[in-house]
Design a protein around this ligand. Structure first.
Ligand code: AMP
Ligand code: ZN
Length: 142
C-alpha cells in the first residue's frame, strides 16, 4: 500500500533496523521502544489490522515469533517478554499495518500490566454466553 509507513519500510523507502527477514515476514526495531530491543514483526502483505489479516499471513508471522523473542531475550539479557497486537484506535493502534510487538521485559523495569476489574453478579455468565453465541455464528458463516 503506497501510503503505508510499514509498507515503505518493507520496500526499503524508509530506513529501519531490521533484525529478521524472510519471504513473507519482516521484523525491525520499534523506533520508540518500551525497552531496548522492542521489535515489530509484520507480514509483508499489507493488512490494516488483526481482523483484516489473512490466516496464512498470521501463520507465517506467528511461526517466527518464538525465534525472534528468544533472540531478543539473548541480545538484551531480558528476563521475559510481552507479545501483543494493538487492534483499533481504542486499543492504541497508530500504524494501520498489522504488527506484533515483541517487548523485552526486565525484572523491576517498572512497567505495570493492565488493570483488573471484577465482574458483577451474573455478568460473566451473560458475557460468556454472548461470546459463545458469536463464536458459534461465525463458525456457520465461515
Ligand atoms: P501501534 O501503536 O501498535 O500502532 O504501534 C506502532 C509502533 O510503530 C509504535 O510503537 C511506534 O513507535 C512504531 N513506529 C512508528 N514509525 C516507525 C518507524 N518508522 N520505524 C520503527 N517503528 C516505528
Ligand atoms: Zn502496509
Amino acid at each position: 500500500m503506497s501510503d503505508c509507513i510499514f509498507c515503505k519500510i518493507i520496500a526499503g523507502e524508509i530506513p529501519s533496523e531490521k533484525v529478521y527477514e524472510d519471504e513473507h515476514v519482516l521484523a525491525f526495531l520499534d523506533i520508540a521502544p518500551v525497552n531496548p530491543g522492542h521489535t515489530l514483526v509484520i507480514p509483508k502483505t499489507h493488512s490494516s489490522d488483526f481482523l483484516d489479516t489473512t490466516e496464512s499471513s498470521l501463520i507465517v508471522v506467528v511461526k517466527v515469533l518464538p525465534k525472534i523473542a528468544k533472540a531478543i531475550m539473548w541480545a538484551v539479557g531480558a528476563d521475559g517478554f510481552n507479545i501483543g497486537v494493538n487492534n483499533g484506535a481504542a486499543a492504541g493502534q497508530i500504524v494501520p499495518h498489522m504488527h506484533f510487538h515483541v517487548i523485552p521485559r526486565l525484572s523491576g523495569d517498572g512497567y505495570k500490566s493492565w488493570g483488573h476489574r471484577k465482574y458483577g453478579e451474573g455478568e460473566a455468565l451473560k458475557i460468556a454466553e454472548r461470546i459463545r453465541t458469536s463464536v458459534e455464528n461465525s463458525r456457520t458463516i465461515n
